[in-house]
Design a protein around this ligand. Structure first.
Ligand SMILES: *Cc1c(COP(=O)(O)O)cnc(C)c1O
Length: 370
């Protein structure tokens, strides 16, 4: 196996799943595994979410759904986003539950002549996709005429359940108007992670947490589920004045030990974090309890490699944590996001499929994807 890999902790996943589900009053959980399960590996994470009792999985593209089906996953799969009419036949082929936001896609799907369950999406304040709430009576009328479409679920999506309470309350009110038009008997869902945490009482039939499953929001009791690990491919001592990396953006000050780790921006490490990010390792088994050595990333992040300054030589079997499973400002996915002015979703989804992934449950490896 390549000496750089993503380790995914299913115990932390279970912790997050149960925390979110409890917060929402034990309603169903739609396991969001779009974008390769936010970089963690959709097939293995998806299987584990189903094992934990998820109602089903949700993806953004038919390609993502195809990968799950190919891996033998037979669960419900909700295709989020507004279905494009040209993808209607793939919905049937892959046995998906599409999200319908337009009459064009409804008609294209209905015309295929096969019964299919759908979820209607309403735009209560995101402005992206979904029927307008005031169109609900009309939509209901139209759907009564589509003999092949069975409305199974009805949902909407929050724009800012993290911070904007008045707007979120407005969205909830608009969704309730839709619920009044359609009445009981539907699988209603509204809450993403932030919605689940802040408005858990509106869990309705199910919640749709993504980022929370992966534990990438701080201060909520969630636990990041992944570590990015690497072993050095070279460890060397350099004299003062040696330049390191593209552009020579770091020069050794004194005699310095430099380790090269085989991960780079093609693996998802942001190129911009050079000279600011850190990695860490726990030296020797003697130290009880071991204090980690915090090592700065020195010089530019290359496509496939980084260089780090270490306090003392280590062997090539020393494991470094390039991403720590916490909210460390310089060595976590959340920290990388902070350092690059984005949200933790982005460094997560950029974790490249080329990284091998190792899955642990109860500390024991249960799956490996190379
Ligand atoms: C991505 C997505 C989610 C999950 O959002 P998080 O903020 O990651 O919890 C839920 N619902 C829809 C429609 C989405 O596109």
């Amino acid at each position: 196996m390549r000496p750089a890999w993503l380790e995914v902790n299913f115990d932390a996943l279970a912790h997050n799943f149960n925390l979110l589900r409890t917060t929402a009053g034990h309603v169903q959980v739609v396991g969001i595994v779009k974008a390769n399960a936010y970089g963690h590996g959709a097939v293995e994470v998806g299987k584990e979410l189903l094992r934990l009792g998820a109602w089903g999985l949700a993806v953004a593209t038919t390609q993502e759904a195809r990968e799950l089906r190919k891996a033998g996953i037979v669960s419900r799969i909700l295709l989020m986003g507004s279905l494009h009419p040209q993808q209607a036949s793939e919905v049937l082929e892959l046995d998906l539950i599409p999200s319908i936001s337009t009459l064009e896609s409804a008609e294209a799907l209905n015309a295929l002549g096969k019964a299919v369950a759908v979820h209607l999406e309403f735009d209560t304040g995101m402005g992206r996709v979904g029927f307008q709430p005031e169109e609900a009576p009309l939509v209901k009328e139209h759907f009564a005429r589509y003999e092949n479409l069975l409305i199974q679920g009805i949902y909407s999506h929050f724009a800012d359940a993290e911070e904007d309470e008045p707007w979120t309350r407005e969205q909830i009110t608009r969704f309730q108007q839709v619920q009044q038009v359609f009445g009981p008997g539907y699988f209603y869902h509204l809450c993403n992670t932030a919605g689940t945490i802040n408005y858990g009482e509106y869990g309705l039939s199910a919640v749709r947490p993504g980022i929370g499953l992966y534990g990438l929001l701080p201060n909520l009791g969630l636990r990041p589920i992944a570590r990015l690990l690497a072993k050095p491919t070279q460890v060397k001592e350099l004299p003062p004045g040696r330049r390191i990396g593209y552009g020579g953006l770091y020069t050794t000050q004194g005699r310095e030990w430099i380790a090269t780790l085989p991960v780079g921006y093609a693996d998802g490490m942001p190129r911009l974090v050079f000279n600011r990010a850190t990695v860490r390792y726990f030296p020797g088994p003697e130290a009880q309890p071991p204090e980690p050595c915090i090592c700065p990333v020195v010089g530019r992040v290359s496509m496939d490699q980084i260089t780090v300054r270490i306090p003392a030589p280590v062997g090539l079997d020393q494991v470094f944590e390039v991403v720590t499973p916490d909210f460390n400002p310089t060595s976590s996915l959340w920290g990388w996001a902070e350092l690059t002015g984005t949200v933790s979703y982005e460094p997560a989804v950029r974790l490249s499929p080329r990284l091998p992934r190792v899955y642990l449950r109860d500390g024991v490896e249960v799956a490996r994807v190379e």
